[in-house]
Design a protein around this ligand. Structure first.
Ligand code: ATP
Length: 262
């Protein structure tokens, strides 16, 4: 029997108040891409911080394989779970290469020198995020999109089995968006990693996600196969706004109605 990658059991999350009106239970496997959709302030980032072990659950538990995440050693969690924050703080004078190298800390036994495997992981992450040309620049002098790519490369260098992304395409131009989406797909399909992403772009969820968690206003939620979750009535409930779908090369994409004020 294979052990699920991450299992949420009767989970509730929040800083002080629980954000879900009913506990959340679900189980995930390596190779899956999950999208979490919901309006501003509904709790997507709070959920991802809890799944990264950075906030304690208010109720229930998160298991990483057969371990309870919040009781596991921090270094082990850092090796196996990586989180791209929505607004990464890169306000320090490291070079791009040094900042991306920070993703390797959890793999070192102490303050040892960088190994050949570290160097290889850093080079691959820099290349994946189109940062080779910028690798010697100080990160605090990069543009918003370039800094975002540094944060992504740091996560890729960390190379965790569970990759949590909070708004992964924030600030990215079209080419870097498409590159990232392809990379995320290959992380799941070719490397069997679990991806959980919080996104406002429903079409990114429609194109990438196998499974979707919908967070409704009022604290309710639903989850399941993407094709069952991404329907006009469910999405209208999530966003309290009407949408239309369009068929495009066999894919269903979503467009919000304009001139509608609810
Ligand atoms: N540091 C904090 N301290 C206290 N409350 C917070 C903090 N960060 C967020 N919150 C509150 O927690 C709730 C959930 O916020 P969260 O950031 O998880 O929402 P979100 O779904 O990620 O929103 P968005 O789509 O705007 O990114 C909100 O009511 C928010 O005001």
């Amino acid at each position: 029997m294979t052990i699920p990658e991450m299992t949420l059991t009767a989970l509730n999350v929040g800083r002080r108040q629980p954000l879900f009106s009913e506990p959340l239970s679900l189980s995930t496997s390596g190779g899956e891409i999950w999208a979490v959709l919901g309006e501003n302030g509904i709790g997507k980032s709070t959920l991802l911080l809890t799944l990264a072990g950075l906030l304690p659950p208010l109720a229930g538990s998160v298991r990483l394989g057969d371990r309870v995440l919040h009781r596991a050693r921090r270094r082990l969690v850092a090796r196996e779970v990586g989180l791209l924050l929505q607004q990464p703080n890169l306000d320090f004078p490291f070079t791009v290469r040094e900042a991306v190298g920070a993703g390797r800390f959890a793999h070192h036994s102490g303050w040892g020198a960088i190994s050949a495997a570290d160097r290889q992981a850093i080079d691959a992450a820099l290349s994946d995020c189109d940062l080779i040309r910028l690798q010697d620049q100080p990160v605090d002098r990069l543009s918003g999109g370039e800094q975002h790519r540094v944060a992504l490369a740091t996560l890729f260098a960390q190379s965790p089995r569970v990759c949590l992304f909070d708004e992964p395409v924030n600030h990215l131009d079209l080419r870097h968006r498409a590159r990232l989406m392809s990379r995320m797909r290959s992380l799941a399909r070719d490397e069997n990693r679990l991806i959980i992403m919080a996104v406002h772009d429903i079409n990114m969820a429609a194109r990438l996600a196998d499974r979707v968690l919908l967070l409704y206003p009022g604290g309710g939620h639903d989850h399941g196969e993407a094709r069952d979750m991404l329907t006009a009535s469910r999405l209208q409930r999530v966003y309290d706004h009407p949408l239309r779908s369009v068929e495009w090369h066999g894919e269903r994409l979503w467009v919000p109605e304009l001139n509608h004020w609810s």
